[in-house]
Design a protein around this ligand. Structure first.
Ligand code: NAP
Length: 654
């Protein structure tokens, strides 16, 4: 390999160029027509080492309209046609090559393709781009091993939870040669993708970006895949990472206590046999997620309903909805997916709406990835990688600028001129969606700024459901729940057979109900006192060697994907452990000063986002009104802050 070549190591989902070699001219042409043109041109450039296809005339316009990146990033039809013809010529040549899989792109051509996609003045750190591109392969893998940095030392880590974050951090620990056990309360791994089995459950962020950068899956069935495809992805990877052997299912961690004299964490767990046992670890990583405690609203009579009732995250598959009178309470992200999915079954459906959500036009939301497109994704080396990068790049800034507060701007329903422009565009979309139903339209325009709550993807399915003759929208406030059904505030009673609570989660109750006791006998929940905070979402002063994945203030609303945060956090945590090991100490704990100044910054910045400035209730805020969930800064800010632990932000113990 030459010095300027980029290593192309083994992939978890290798692309098989043989399928391309077998494609006929017409199949190739169909594939070119199904492709996203910019990733296709980048893949061709990487394979041919010829950058003429990266013609500046074909450059994407990355100015994101409210609906997200348009096909081919807004390139004119003439330019798209020209680029397709060029790509087709190249693909016919590449099809003949027998060495496609082994062709290693040069650093120079990768750099050209990055500039082509992201612009010459790309503000993102190159290392972040390389990680997202997975060039070189798995650049974030720990470059050290426990036995090399601290020979003979035994160091054990408890990972709590086996969702997307837990599997990832376990993989990183394994790569570093650190012993770990994963405790999972559920009978299967998968976290939120295991728990949420409601009909219609699927991603609402683009699928390619919602995959680990170092294990990119080219074979997604949809651009926004359904739950089963995502679960299969994580299960298959957990197996390949070799972490399932260290997974204890049906095992709930009841408490974690730090023993300061020995610098060890004592975990009390209830195992699959129901017995309680104690286990000792050097460090603990909580990967329990934010959205796993279903919230059943405190409505008078809530337990008195005589029919079946359940929360979307605890779907009762033993009850058929066939021919039933069903009530769904809530119109958030879960309801948006459930209501259209159960509609064909029910006799009638009553939707209880308090605040309507903003609908984000996404016409291709349910579309499968076509067979011609699959040909490129599965058989053209680099295409899937560049499609993922293109989606990632388009959402790095996302709608962040559109939901940022302008203190000089004053409007009751928007937070800046750009936010107002977005609001008006979204209002027009809603008006068009309900043009034939003015009776519904009046209740569908949110009375709060876009971005204050999660915007929901709309491909016309939700408005169609509300217009269905079996559906009634109820906007009067719920008064009580009785054995017969739901009574609203004017005394009207709706008789129901089933009530489905699509009422969200107690997201601000981080880590509950687990008891966590730190260095000075401090109980974490008492210390937080309803206002969870952490340094970089991960570390807590007084809780040495205790780390959170997807902890306080690491949720994303309008830009990026949570996978990027999970990858940064997993690497950061392993680097913290390296500091402990190489410094021959027992533990580290973030300083009070670092914790305080980080949280001051986060609070200041969250106040300048639509979700912080608006008075509307949302799961982004805790009961004290503070935004305890969301990350208000850029993605690159999190990437940079978490690249290397700053030693002076930590106390070393033992
Ligand atoms: P949510 O967004 O918090 O929505 C809860 C809904 O219940 C809201 O419409 C809320 O109304 C309503 N509600 C709560 N209490 C009520 C009461 N007492 N009476 C009437 N209505 C009540 O919860 P979610 O839909 O489960 O979604 C939570 C988060 O999970 C999402 O924001 C998203 O991050 C994630 N999620 C993602 C996906 C995905 O596609 N990947 C799918 C589902 C969920 P108000 O708006 O008036 O409060």
């Amino acid at each position: 390999m030459q010095a300027d070549e980029v290593a192309a190591n083994q992939e978890f989902f290798p692309v098989n160029p043989a399928g391309l070699a077998r494609a006929s001219d017409s199949e190739l042409w169909e594939a070119v027509n199904a492709a996203e043109i910019h990733p296709l041109l980048c893949a061709i450039a990487l394979l041919t080492h010829d950058d003429t296809v990266l013609d500046p005339r074909f450059r994407p316009n990355v100015q994101l309209p409210p609906s997200g990146p348009p096909p081919h990033a807004g390139l004119s039809p003439t330019m798209v046609a020209e680029a397709r013809r060029l790509a087709f010529q190249h693909l016919k040549e590449l099809r003949k090559a027998s060495d496609l899989g082994g062709r290693v792109p040069t650093t120079a051509i990768v750099q050209r393709a990055i500039e082509f996609t992201a612009g010459g003045q790309c503000r993102l750190p190159l290392r972040m781009i390389q990680r997202e591109l997975d060039i070189p392969h798995d650049s974030a893998a720990p470059a050290w091993r426990l036995q090399a940095v601290s020979p003979g030392r035994r160091f054990r880590v408890a990972v709590i939870g086996s969702g997307m974050s837990g599997i990832l951090v376990a993989h990183r620990l394994r790569q570093a040669g650190i012993e770990f056990t994963i405790f999972e309360k559920n009978p299967e791994l998968g976290g939120t993708w295991y728990e949420n089995s409601y009909p219609g459950c699927r991603l609402d962020t683009p699928n390619f970006a919602y995959s680990y950068s170092f294990a990119q899956n080219p074979m997604w069935p949809n651009e926004f895949s359904q739950r089963e495809a995502i679960r299969s992805y994580f299960s298959a990877l957990a197996e390949r990472f070799g972490v399932t052997a260290r997974l204890q299912l049906n095992t709930e961690v009841l408490s974690s206590r730090y023993e300061p004299s020995r610098h060890r964490w004592q975990l009390r767990v209830r195992g699959s046999d129901g017995n309680v046992s104690d286990h000792e670890f050097n460090a603990v990583v909580s990967a329990v997620g934010q959205l796993n405690k279903p919230k059943i609203p405190d409505i008078p009579g809530v337990g008195s309903f005589a029919g079946d009732a359940w929360h979307t995250a605890q779907w009762n598959h033993s009850v058929s909805l066939k021919g039933k009178r069903v009530g769904v309470i809530g119109t958030g992200a879960s309801a948006y997916q459930v209501v259209p999915a159960i509609l064909p079954d029910v006799a009638s459906l009553l939707v209880f709406q308090r605040n309507p959500p903003w609908m984000l036009p996404t016409p291709r939301y349910y579309e499968p990835i076509s067979e011609p497109h699959q040909l490129l994704l599965c058989h053209l080396p680099h295409y899937a990688r560049w499609l993922r990068f293109y989606q990632f790049w388009a959402t790095t800034q996302g709608r962040w600028d559109l939901v940022r507060v302008d203190p000089a701007f004053s409007h009751p329903l928007s937070v800046s001129a750009a936010n107002e422009e977005l609001r008006q565009a979204l209002v027009r979309h809603i008006e068009a969606s309900y043009a034939d139903r003015p009776d519904l339209l009046v209740s569908q325009i949110p009375g709060y700024p876009p971005g204050a709550k999660r915007m929901l993807r709309d491909n016309g399915v939700w408005p169609a459901a509300l217009k269905d003759p079996r559906v009634t929208l109820e906007t009067r406030p719920i008064d009580t729940i009785s054995p017969a059904g739901v009574r609203v505030d004017d005394g009207t009673v709706h008789d129901l057979d089933v009530i489905i609570y699509a009422t969200g989660f107690r997201a601000a109750e981080f880590l509950a109900p687990m008891e966590v006791v730190g260095e000075n006998g401090q109980n974490l929940h008492d210390w937080w006192n309803g206002d969870a905070r952490a340094y970089l979402g991960m570390c807590l002063p007084g809780f040495p060697n205790f780390f959170c994945m997807y902890g306080p203030n690491t949720n994303l609303v309008v830009h990026g994907s949570l996978i990027l945060f999970a990858e940064s956090s997993a690497s950061y945590i392993t680097e913290c452990l390296r500091l402990v090991l190489t410094n021959r100490v027992e533990a580290l704990a973030v300083t009070e000063e670092a914790f305080q100044s980080f949280n001051e910054l986060i609070d200041r910045e969250n106040d300048l986002m639509a979700w912080g400035a608006s008075q509307i209730s949302s799961w982004y805020k805790n009961d004290l009104g503070r935004v305890s969930q969301n990350w208000p800064l850029s993605l690159e800010a999190f990437f940079s802050m978490t690249e290397t632990p700053q030693r002076d932000h930590y106390r070393f113990l033992g």
